[in-house]
Ligand binder design. Sequence first.
Ligand SMILES: [Zn+2]
Length: 130
Amino acid sequence: MALTQQQTQKLHTEIEQRREALLSELRDDVERVRRDRHEDLAGVAPDPADESVATLIADLDHADVGRDLNELRDLEAARTRLTDGSYGICADCGSEIGFERLKANPAAARCIECQTRHEKTYGGASGSSL
Ligand SMILES: [Zn+2]
């Protein structure tokens, strides 16, 4: 049972909204990190005001924002899948993920079964609830 256009649209909107909220949180974190770094390394020019997500992610790799950053990456990946048409398809087994699961977690890349297996295989100790 593939997602209807309406369902996809709704999930797309949720992804965009969540991403915007997360980005604004993370930008605050980056500003803090850049300030701290600037204080630590007096004389080093601050980064240019480049607001690209790639730059943001690179900076955040140095910050203590692992969980938010993982969520942002998941959301970015979900946006890519929406663009290339693979959204809602399990990345592991290729079956439909299902609207109910995507409603609870719009960035989900796997069906429940594969996600459970994935977390077992990779330990699942990172606190991921995807
Ligand atoms: Zn699967």
